[in-house]
Design a protein around this ligand. Structure first.
Ligand SMILES: Nc1ncnc2c1ncn2[C@@H]1O[C@H](COP(=O)(O)OP(=O)(O)O)[C@@H](O)[C@H]1O
Ligand SMILES: [Mg+2]
Length: 382
């Protein structure tokens, strides 16, 4: 098994914490792991040292006992340090292993969770945990995800998607006035491709809106603007390939004005409620919606589907989908599964099985060179 961590996104550190906990929960007698770190500059290294944490938490029934609320624990974070490797060669060798090797891309954000790494893994023909190229890319791009969900009439907040060029084509004042005209104030400004609340701002007036746009543009050329809703934040963890299952829903009660990066990873002051206080009918409704969203965005393996719950009002509104959600034992995703009866190490095992199942069902159609009669024929290979 190859564990990928680190990466070139703003969520590099979060990935190193996630990966440490995943490795700590893997039984060394069952899994031979090659930890591979990706530096912020994009250098791939064989992180031998990381193996020290393998199995540390394997025998604990609740590995979250090792963590404080901000996810800090004796397991800590893996270090992206070691000898540089040729990842193409490593994957080419791993794909020939029996039993088959599986890649765990525990990477968050752009160049990790957005289909790029998944493309590399597809090319190498290796099995990997999580969504494929399309599902990863669609869920990562908040603008495209909203467009797809909108086409299926899945309820969501009012939004505008715009490219930097749209912003630059008029004066900032004109652009901001048009956003406020359509969405009102306060409104949210987000880079389309990001996560962990990085680059997300809540703008309460026109100067703040302009500043929020400049901030978001440092992360992505595509931006999403949303009406600010007053709503509860409900999350559902989903796993599966063609027959996805939804967990018991959880609720986030942010300590700040919104669920910021600090609140998520540094202060750990948000209140996490699992199960979310909802009626049985509301639970079924949000679980069904989560599965519909998961399918619509072609998710596979796992994803966390987030909602706003406006009550009284429009009820559940899909907010976003994370195809590689936070995965430390105190993160919402594993916690929701734990409450649904699936413990952390079993959840990881399940994800590995789903990766193998998907790889086994993969169709690879290669087009042969034209035959002597000038025909082209297609051949299927496993
Ligand atoms: N339209 C909105 N109305 C109210 N709060 C919002 C809205 N959009 C985002 N938020 C707040 O900001 C947080 C981060 O936004 P989100 O879209 O989830 O970004 P990320 O992908 O970085 O997690 C949310 O958890 C929520 O607290
Ligand atoms: Mg979010």
């Amino acid at each position: 098994m190859i564990l990928l961590f680190g990466g070139q996104s703003a969520e590099h550190e979060v990935s190193c914490v996630t990966a440490a906990h995943v490795l700590a929960a893997l039984d060394p007698n069952e899994f031979r792991v090659t930890p591979i770190g990706i530096t912020t500059e994009g250098v791939w290294v064989h992180a031998h040292e990381a193996l020290k944490v393998q199995g540390l938490a394997f025998n604990l029934s609740d590995p979250s006992n090792l963590s404080d609320r901000a996810g800090r624990s004796e397991i800590g974070a893996l270090k992206v340090a070691g000898d540089p490797i040729d990842i193409g060669a490593v994957l080419a060798a791993a794909v020939t292993y029996t039993p088959p090797a599986v890649v765990l891309p525990m990477l968050h954000g752009p160049l990790g969770e957005d289909g790029t790494i998944q493309g590399l893994l597809e090319l190498s023909g290796i099995a990997y945990v999580g969504s494929g190229v399309l599902g990863s890319a669609l869920a990562m791009d908040k603008a495209m995800a909203k467009q797809v969900l909108g086409s299926l009439s899945i309820p969501q907040v009012r939004y505008i998607a715009a490219h930097e060029a749209d912003y630059r084509s008029v004066t900032p004042e004109e652009f901001c006035a048009s956003v406020v005209d359509q969405l009102g104030l306060p409104c949210f400004v987000k880079p389309a491709n990001m996560g962990s609340s990085v680059g997300v701002s809540r703008a309460t007036d026109l100067p703040a809106l302009r500043e929020a746009i400049e901030t978001a543009l440092t992360y992505d050329q595509w931006l999403v603007f949303e009406e600010a809703v007053t709503a509860r934040e409900i999350e559902v963890a989903v796993i599966g390939n063609q027959d996805p299952e939804a967990s018991i829903p959880g609720e986030i009660r942010p300590a700040d004005e919104f669920y910021s990066y600090t609140d998520k990873y540094l202060a750990g002051t948000a209140e996490l409620l699992i199960p979310a206080p909802l009626s049985p009918a509301e639970v079924s409704e949000v679980q069904e919606l989560a599965v519909t969203v998961y399918r619509a965005l072609r998710c596979e393996g796992l994803a966390r589907v987030d909602f706003f719950f406006e009550s009284p009002g429009r009820g559940f509104l899909c907010s976003e989908v994370n195809t590689m959600p936070g995965f430390t034992p105190i993160s919402m995703f594993p916690k929701m599964w734990q409450h649904s009866g699936l413990e952390y190490p079993d959840l990881i095992r399940r994800l590995i099985d789903l990766a193998l199942e998907r790889a086994a069902g993969r169709r690879r159609v290669t087009v042969r060179q034209p035959t002597s009669r000038g025909e082209r024929s297609a051949q299927e290979s496993p």
